[in-house]
Design a protein around this ligand. Sequence first.
Ligand SMILES: Nc1ncnc2c1ncn2[C@@H]1O[C@H](COP(=O)(O)OP(=O)(O)OP(=O)(O)O)[C@@H](O)[C@H]1O
Length: 484
Amino acid sequence: MASSSTEMLLQALLWKFPFSCNIRTRIIPPTLLLTSPSIGSNQRSSKRTLNNSICSSIAPITSSSTISTNEEVGGFVADQHLTLRNICEGRVPDHVLRRIEELGFLMPTEIQRQALPILFSGQDCILHAQTGSGKTLAYLLQIFSVIDTQRSSVQALIVVPTRELGMQVAKVARILAAKPDQPVAEDKSCTIMTLLDGGTLRRQKSWLKAEPPTIIVATIGSLCQMLEKHIIKLDSMCVLVIDEVDFMFNSSQQVSSLRKLLISYSSINTRQTVFASASIPQHRRFLYDCIQQKWTKANVVHIHANPIHPMPPRLHHRFLICSRKERHSALLAMLQSDAPQSAIIFVNEQSEKSKKAGNDPATNIVMDALKNSHKGEHEILLLEEKINFNSRAASFSELRQGGAYILVATDIAGRGVDLPDTTHIYNFDLPKDAVHYLHRAGRTGRKPFSESKCVVTSILTSEERFVLQRYENELMFHCHEMFL
Ligand SMILES: Nc1ncnc2c1ncn2[C@@H]1O[C@H](COP(=O)(O)OP(=O)(O)OP(=O)(O)O)[C@@H](O)[C@H]1O
């Protein structure tokens, strides 16, 4: 058992920290055994010690029921030494397991280790874990464990906030679904369709009418267009995933459609609902809402991996103080001395006031400065909301070609985008809150088992220092001052 003083210390930290303030959490044993439900339970409880993995569930009104992963769910629980194959065998088709092994994914990440047994049990889940911790693979493996490719119907739906994230998730799903050595006629393969904002959707309409895909990856706007016109039917949907769930609920444009999808277009009784994000502020409240609003079943499980480290610990955070006029030269000097493999420079969206004043957007100014004065070999690309979808897609696919890049981006690139070669993040403008800091910083450090250091640098004026300090307190990290 965890000593009560250690447990109290952890609870105190969790209480202080708004992203993980569930005081009804349970400590999970470091070693969970793969075993039948009837054996090993005493052994497990005797091994319960302090661990940074917390899983909680909340029941309506009383919040009295708590489930932790040491309780066997779906017939087994996961051991820390188990491979992904050990956890998934018999549930996920073998060709999918072979694909993940070919990609080099042998061991599960912490969230996968904790979540997969619960997902396989069919329970609704909230996957709450660090950026870059492999939440996508966790929910995709669950989808592959339940879909029946012989049936011609939409069986899984993944809703994402941006086109870029949708393209990325669909790409991973297609990689996993591919059956390279399978004769085409022998087995119907899994079909994956994207319904993303910015597409014409004409091609998808005819496809949907001819033969529904097995999995749809969609942004909520495009999806609802199809649902309202009755072009898609969700009667056979057995898994619904909402990725970046806090973002979706915070977006005034997306929230009402999202609520409709959760309540009117499908039912909690016929689907498994999975929410995912690295940030679920006030997650107790969110759990309560999930049950009260009937977005999930009452036994929804909140799986919170590494709650006391909301960001990957190998990120090195620093800040540079300079005047606003000096920011461009400071950025260029840093790029010169850091010589990043690849980098993302985050710039805030132009304010209405600045637009009215006729100023150039900061993204353009930074792009010009880089194009004129940066001496490295990097491809310099721009990703922001207001450029057209084709240019956005072009930037995004170029990033994935493999060469070194510097991406100048607004927060549109802050959510979910997975560019594992990014070694440096620069906040040219300070993010507007701690959640934005967390997601921007989380665009680096995305190789779960790598030890290499990644750097997040914020450029600020001396007056802004206290704002960054607030983020440090909220997210519990330390930022070092740097000098040029
Ligand atoms: N078991 C694994 N072993 C090694 N790498 C993995 C494993 N699972 C996932 N990855 C890789 O980790 C990276 C991050 O995964 P993913 O994009 O799912 O993170 P995430 O948790 O969704 O992050 P975010 O919260 O930022 O969206 C990806 O490049 C993915 O291929």
